[in-house]
Structure formats: structure tokens, C-alpha cells
Design a protein. Sequence first.
Length: 386
Amino acid sequence: MKEPMLGMGPLLCVVGARPNFMKMAPLLRALRARDDLPPVVLLHTGQHYDARMKDQVFEDLRLPEPDIDLQIGSGSHAVQTAEVMKAFEPVLDRLQPSCVIVVGDVNSTLACSLVAAKKNIPVAHVEAGLRSFDRAMPEEINRVLTDQLADLLYTTERDAEGNLLREGVAAERIHFVGNLMIDSLFDAVPRAKLPEDLPPSKSGFALVTLHRPSNVDDRDQLRHVLDLIGEVSERLPIVWPIHPRTAGNLQRFGLHVESRANPITMLPAQGYLSMVALLRAARMVLTDSGGVQEETTALGVPCLTVRANTERPITVEQGTNTLVGTDRELLLSVVDDIIANGGKQGRVPEYWDGRAAERIVGHLSSWLRAGAVGATQEALAAATPS
């Protein structure tokens, strides 16, 4: 493991897309509250290029504007990853950070980790060890490779350690700290307000969030998903804040969803506080988002995941999540059970308590101090005549 370099440069925190923002906000506040750490620099790669989704979320999370914005924008996975690497390298050369802190599993996470590792700069990966075991998911590739590059691997659940050990990651690099998403969630709940244009409903509503390529990039698959949502609307009103990717594909394919017995309310992409309020108010959530699986478990709201697998199995094993994929009979049976009986009951997993940032910063501070002491001792030994 590379030695940390306290005093030789800042802590460089990287975000690239909306899920990163929720994880970085509480960590950034905790880092900047300490006076025993190097300065903290926030870098946004610009991977998430929708201004409404980025700017509103930054405001809702009380996340300061980034110190550096690479403004990479959209592109294929290869192009986006390459462009982030090209733009990130000069930043490392200029700042010479003590450590690069990356979160999650987006292209920016892998790209920045790879550049830092090749320059012998320590990398800390927050949310390490999650696995869907589906290499067809680009995020799975990013997760596996980032964990191989990282010097510090901070995990959200205990089972993640087993995944990492099986992949040859040394145990001393792995640290179970809890879930930063839940830190942000608990911070947001008191401030969350429902969108003003939400229609009233005595029976409640099912909240829909869909954005993954496997569900929305293929015309036939997207039409099938829309049919499922239409069938759910026979039972409950639907509220659907539509992701820009999904909205674009609906327009490109000439598709729309038809409401049945109850209305389907399509909303524009929402800020974080509005989404938290919608999650809390929903009777159930249909989603393909990993973060929403975690948030619904923490809030005790039944979740139906429209995917064949999940990298967050703890939300199924301990939480309120059920994997339904796009199986019509299974999905509708779970919907009916929720309406009739309240659905699956779960519990909040260990360390999902709003204090993950505190634990990460405590460990990181100790690790940096230990590295500084070791570097000083080596320097003294080298300078002492034999």
C-alpha cells in the first residue's frame, strides 16, 4: 500500500454524477470541519451534464460549488472515461494531492482512480465492494476495477468485505463505515417538501424512477416497461419524475404511457429534496436505481426493483426491496400485496445511522497521521550518519 502524504497536498474529492453528490456532501462537510487534515478541494468532472439536475441537487444538499469543474459532458463510456482521464491528469500534476477520494461507480470514479494510481497517489474509494455480478453493467466494471486500484476501501455493508477478499483485496485495506447516502437522506428529511404541482390522491401513489439503459434504451423493452406501469395505474395513481435520458428515448421512439383507472402524473426531473419528499410519501416505489433501493429501505417504504439483479442485496435481505425485474405476474403480485397488506417489512441495516462520514473522516485522519509519522522517521533515518 502506498504511504499517505500528509502536508504535501490537499485531499482531492471527486464527483461526476448525481449519485456522487449525495455521497460526497456529508463527507465534504465532515472533512472541512476538521483542523487536523490537509485542505479539501472538490472537483466535479462534469459527467452529469443536465444543469437542472446538477445545480438543484447541489443546492438541496448544501454542497458548495466545486473548486474545479472539468466540464466533460456526455459521450460513450470509452470517450467519457478517456476525456476525464485527460483532463484530470494536469490537475493532479498541479495539486499533488495527499489522497484522491472517489465515490460510487460512475465513469469518473474509475477514470480518476486510474490516473491517480498510475501517479502513485493514494486513492480512497467510498462505497467499495458492492457487486451485482453482472459484467454487462458498465457500473460493475467500474466498481471492480476501482476497488483493485484503491488503497482505502470504505464499505457500506459487511458482506462487501467478502466480495473484496475473494477478489484478492488485502483485509487491512477494507473498512466498514456505513452508508453516506443515508447521511444525506437523514439530513434532508426535515427540509423535504413535495412538489407543488403534485395532484392530491386519497389512495396514495406509486412513485416511478427509471433511467438504466437496460430498461430505457431499447424500444421494445421500454414499451414493455410502459405497459407494466400502465397496469400498475389500474391499482394506484402513478407519479413519475422522468429522467432526461428516459424522456429523450420516449420522444425518440415515439412512445408514451397510457393511464388506466388512475392518472399518471409525469413530472420533470426533481431536485433532491423533492425526491426525498416523494419517496417518503409514496405507498411503493418502482425503480431501477441503486440509490433509491437504499433510500426506501432506510425510510421503510416498499420498493420494487425493475432489474434482474442488484449490487445492493442487503436491501433485499434486510430491507424493503423486492427484485421483480420486468416479470409482469411477479410485479403485479407484489403490488397487490403492498396494497392489501402493506408489503414487505424490513429493518435499517447496521451503520445506516447518519454517521458514516464521521467514521470515514476519523479513520482517514488516523491513516494520514500514521503515514506522516512514518515518512518523518524514514527521513530522519536517512539523514542520520551511520
